[in-house]
Each structure stands twice: as C-alpha cells, then as structure tokens.
Design a protein around this ligand. Structure first.
Ligand SMILES: Cc1cc2nc3c(=O)[nH]c(=O)nc-3n(C[C@H](O)[C@H](O)[C@H](O)COP(=O)(O)OP(=O)(O)OC[C@H]3O[C@@H](n4cnc5c(N)ncnc54)[C@H](O)[C@@H]3O)c2cc1C
Length: 398
C-alpha cells in the first residue's frame, strides 16, 4: 500500500489551498477528489461564493495563486444596505481600513488546480473516498477509482476537506454537532446582465430579502429569500426578475438577461467540535457551515487551512506537535466569530413571520442607520475581523 505524508479528502478551496501550501514547503500531500477536473472548473452546480475578505485575498496572494484574481477580480470598498426605501452605504475602507475582493470561488478553484499541478502537486480526480480507518495512529483512506476499483492509501495525517455533506466528519469519534436551521432558503441566479450597482446591495424588503451581487461587470449573481420548501419550477424567469425589482424598489433597477444558472440553497449554521481526532483533522465546510448572508464560507475555509498548515509545518520542520494538539482551540476562535456574524446578518436582513421578532428586526435596522459603532461592527466583520489585530499572525504567516 502506498504511504504519503498528508492525504486530503476533497479539492474544494480548503483542500486545494492546504495541498498547495504544504507542497511549497516540501511536505508531500495527495488530494483525492470525487469529481472530475472539468466538473469542478465549469459545472454551473459549482458556482458558489464570490466575496473574498481582505485576509483571504492576502492569503491567496502569499500562496502564489492570486495573480489572476488581482487581474480579473473587482475590489470593492463597501456594500449597500437597502431598507425602508433608502440605501445606506457602508464604506468599509473608512470604517475598518480594509476592502473586499469579488472573485468567483469556481475561478479561484480553477487557478489553484492549475498552480498546484504545474508545481508538480498530485490531485487524484474522480477518486471518491468511501472509508477512513486507523485515524488515531495510522490513517488509511479507502477510495474508489473511475474504473470502479477499490484502493487504499496510507498516510501520516488525514485531512477531511470534503464539504458540507462530509463523509469524513462522520468518522470523527466523539464529535458534537451544534446546528441551527432557518425558516427560509435562497433562490439564486447567475445571469448575463450588468449588476444592479457597482457594489453589492443587501435589500431588506417587506416581501423578503434580496441580494444583488456580481461575478464580473457583465455577470450578475442575485438571490431572493424564499420559503424553505419552495420549488424551483414555481419560479419562471419573468417572476424572478419581477420579484428582484420589487425588492429593489426605489434603490436601483435590475435589467433582465439570459439565466445561466438557477438554484435553491437551504440556510443553516453548523459547527463540529472538536475538529480533530488523533491524526485526523477537519477543515472548511466539513467542520462548519454558515448561512451565506455574511459571505463567510470560503473565507472560513482559508482561515482553517492557514491555522492547520502552520501546525503541520511546525511538526514536519521542527518536530513540534503542540500547535497540532491545539488546532481545534485555535480554529474555533475564527469559526465562532464568523458564525456570530453570519447569524447576525441573516436575522437582521430576512423578513420574519413572527410579528414580535419582525418588529425587533425593524428596530435593529433603525439602530444600524443611526449608529456608527454598529456600522463599524458590520464593516470589521465583513472584511474579516480575525485577520486584523492580535490574531493576524496565525493566519497571515503563509
Ligand atoms: C450549493 C452551495 C452554494 C453556496 N453559495 C455560497 C454563496 O453564494 N456565498 C458564499 O459566501 N458561500 C456559499 N457557499 C459556501 C462556500 O461555497 C463554501 O463555504 C466553500 O465551498 C467551502 O469550501 P470547502 O473546500 O470546505 O468545501 P467544498 O467547496 O464543498 O469542497 C469539497 C470538495 O470535496 C469533494 N468531496 C466530497 N465528498 C468527497 C469524497 N467522499 N471523496 C472525495 N472528494 C469528496 C467535493 O466534490 C468538493 O470538490 C455555498 C455552498 C454550497 C454547497
């Protein structure tokens, strides 16, 4: 049986970044990915996150995978919050000293795959991991090849980076899963039409929340709050455009354009504790899920990887396992901060059915309009609170 230093399950943003950082430092890492390279890079089902915190952009640049992001991505210095018929501009640069970067997750995945393979890295596409064994002392991954054969890969460490429906997570003994579901979902579209504004608009309307974002100056990514049991068939194109414009009333106008993708995303929060066992670690959505309102999912994946990579390099380069032992403790700081912010944004902006809770929500919106402190709280969290201040060195060492 082949034996490697680090085996990684999943070639999403988390698995790819970790593999690339380890390889750059001379640690052998093999990634096993269930899907094909073409699926990851081009499938409309993989159009996901698009907002990079200031720190995520920095990590991508320092890891040597960010030059295309700089050329083709869009720097934004703030967002709009539209409510009560007006738009409040939050200037992140003025409020927090930092900006964000808009660049599609699928593009970043494509860039990381290319850089990693060109650097001699190994990604086994269409190799689905079907079992994990010996995680305490001598891990072995069981996988299925594209031809349907079964194989085994031994490693010194295993990292589960296999996303929100993680198989790896189920193999973590003693894991405690804390979760919350929300009484709404997001209907998302990708359309060939210029975005409604140059920056993102978060619109809280009595008919429901809507988010107007973009992937480029000609590609819009828009979302509508819908019921959790909503059916896609109930939303023909004309209804979507009409509803988007209702919810943007008085603030801007969206021009209809050809739809490239339409999907429903349930909203939930989830945290797995601990994020490790023996020689086994979880990163990214495998360890935690956030509702997308705060745009934190991919950013959190990068933060986990930065913390775990530092710990693995301390082990391989200095024989020091103390950072590995405290991986969960270190990672949970940014995880819970992002969970808090995602929950806060979600409950602030979505229309609620309970009249008492809805009245409180309106009071919170008014408070936000009046309070520079609350605006600063939002800005600091949106650009990535944990990559500022005392904790920054843990993340920006790469
Ligand atoms: C449908 C959807 C829509 C989203 N939309 C947004 C959004 O609009 N805005 C936002 O901020 N965030 C969004 N997110 C969140 C964000 O995309 C995630 O947080 C981010 O993808 C996390 O990266 P990851 O590497 O941890 O996991 P993933 O990107 O999910 O990558 C996991 C990888 O593991 C592979 N894999 C899974 N099981 C196995 C197995 N058994 N063997 C081998 N490989 C396996 C998968 O094929 C996948 O490539 C969305 C997430 C989803 C699922």
């Amino acid at each position: 049986m082949r034996r490697v230093q680090v085996a990684i399950v999943g070639a999403g943003p988390a698995g790819l970044l970790l593999a690339h950082l380890l390889r750059r430092a001379g640690v052998e890492a093999v990634v096993l990915e269930a899907r094909s390279r073409a699926y990851l890079e081009t499938s409309p089902h993989r159009i996901r996150a698009g907002v990079l915190e200031w720190g995520t952009k920095e990590i991508a640049l320092r890891a040597g995978v960010g030059e295309r992001m700089l050329q083709e991505g869009l720097e934004h210095r703030g967002v709009y919050l539209a409510f009560h018929g007006e738009a409040l501009h939050l200037d992140f640069l003025a409020l927090s000293g930092k900006t964000i970067w808009v660049y599609g997750q699928q593009y970043l995945v494509r860039d990381m795959i290319r850089h990693h393979l060109e650097a001699g890295g190994e990604i086994l596409f269409e190799h689905e991991v079907v079992g994990l064994e010996g995680l305490e002392e001598a891990p072995v991954l069981l996988y299925r090849t594209p031809e349907g054969r079964e194989g085994r890969l031994a490693s010194e460490f295993v990292v589960g980076a296999d996303g929100s429906h993680s198989l790896a997570r189920q193999h973590l003994p003693g894991a405690r899963v804390q979760q919350k579901t929300y009484p709404f979902a997001w209907l998302g579209i990708l359309a060939e039409t210029p975005p409604a504004a140059e920056e993102l608009i978060y619109a809280s309307h009595p008919r429901g929340f809507a988010l107007f974002s973009m992937r480029s100056p000609t590609l819009s990514r828009n979302y509508l709050q819908v019921r959790p049991d909503e059916k896609l068939e109930a939303w023909p194109e004309e209804r979507i455009w009409e509803e988007l414009n209702w919810r943007l009333e008085g603030v801007a106008e969206v021009k209809p354009g050809p739809l490239l993708e339409k999907s429903l995303t349930p909203m939930r929060s989830l945290v797995v504790e601990p994020m490790q066992y023996g020689r086994f670690f979880l990163v990214g959505d495998a360890a935690h899920v956030v509702p997308p309102t705060g745009a934190k999912g991919m950013n959190l994946a990068f933060c986990d990887v930065a913390v775990l990579c530092r710990a693995l390099l301390a082990y391989y380069q200095e024989g020091d396992s103390s950072l590995l032992n405290r991986y969960t403790q270190d990672a949970l700081r940014h995880v819970w901060q992002a969970e808090l912010f995602s929950y806060w944004m979600t409950t602030l902006l979505h229309t609620l059915e309970d009249p008492f809770e809805e009245a409180l929500r309106q009071a919170k919106l008014r408070h936000l309009r009046e309070s520079p402190h609350l605006q600063r709280f939002l800005a600091e969290n949106y650009v990535g609170l944990y990559t500022s201040g005392r904790y920054a060195d843990t993340l920006l060492h790469v």
